[in-house]
Design a protein around this ligand. Sequence first.
Ligand SMILES: Cc1ncc(COP(=O)(O)O)c(C=O)c1O
Length: 429
Amino acid sequence: MSNESLIARRQRAMGPAYSHFYKEPLYLTRGEGVWLFDNKDRKYLDCYNNVPSVGHCHPYVVDAITKQIGTLNTHTRYLHHAIIEYAEMLAATLPGDLSVCTLVCTGTEANDLAYRIARTVTGNEGAICTVGAYHGNSTLVSELSPEFERLRPQPDFVVDVAAPDAYRGPFDDADADYVQKYADLVDDSIAELAEKGHKPAMMIIDSIYDAAGVHTPPPEYQQKVYEKVRAAGGLVVCDEVQSGLTRMGDNYWGFMDSGVVPDIVTMGKPMGAGHPLAVVVTTPEIAAGFATESDYFNTFGGNPVSATAGKAVLEVVARENLLANVKRSGDYLIAGFKKLADKHALIGDIRGKGLFLAVELVRSRDTREPASSEAAAVIEHMRENGVLLALIGQDRNTLKLRPPLVFTTEHADIALAALDDALSTVAHA
Ligand SMILES: Cc1ncc(COP(=O)(O)O)c(C=O)c1O
């Protein structure tokens, strides 16, 4: 089957709202570890996909799901040991009182539920989100996702606050007070909500600020923000859909790097290694407050097959010591990017932690003019050379590397060589 005929059929069958990566879309037919294979059996190094967290088609996960689906699949209104064991195993990875898990199917659902919980237990309606953030695609959660320009008037209960972007944001790290200044913007957001007649029910934070370009501010930033939101009567919801499950290399969950404990944590993408599994975790007190208002049921969320997938993933993460692997490979990649920055003037900034890294390309290090077309050319060139990654940021000039957690330093060498070659080619084009 040719790619051309599939593109035309897809357009007819699925409509124009779906986009795809690359000028020539890739037709992938199988995956194994950090490798993807196309319909001509060409091999690509996957530096982009975080959903296959423990590697594409990890045999242990595949075996566990296969056995469970051949035995039973129901829902949470019957007792099943796998569902309870999963919730207990997940709670054991979290600090403080974060121990009550609600299982859902997507990150969007998790964030939507987090808002419902926050609204119920605080009695407030307001929500603070970060400029450039993405938290999901439902009607409500897309209002909390200003990555895409809002085409309708912003609801009065939602306000945006600038991300702590020390490279392009209003304050840069040359200013000794920049952390305090970014945190103080949250006071302005709380005041803006008050002007509109609202108090915050929650502030939602993506620990790695992925869609806003990848930022890892010093721990004091989150500490100050948490204090401000809580003093105004709101809860802090930490969206760990991207940054969680060892992705940032020092801890299981990104917020732990800042020494804070959120009121609610949402998880998604990597949790089921490709099986749709997402979770909302909160404290017994908050969970009890929510339960006074609402029973919770989700037809597919928390079914025994999904719970088995989640358990198998946690087992592989522990058994293969992926936290240490992420740290080792991430530090190695950062060192490699720094060397490339000595050689390639296009590299303006290197950000991120663990296996969630961003390389921002600029036409001039002085003006920081975004090198958007150059970044697009780099991505295409690397694909030609068998390495897959993607672009982020408002100007789409930042390369994003966020491979499966089993990515090693040997894989990093392949990615760095391909990037070196792509940057040389694009600079001389
Ligand atoms: C930080 C973050 N939160 C939530 C979501 C939404 O997850 P889902 O696509 O599973 O609804 C995404 C998806 O990209 C995300 O990046």
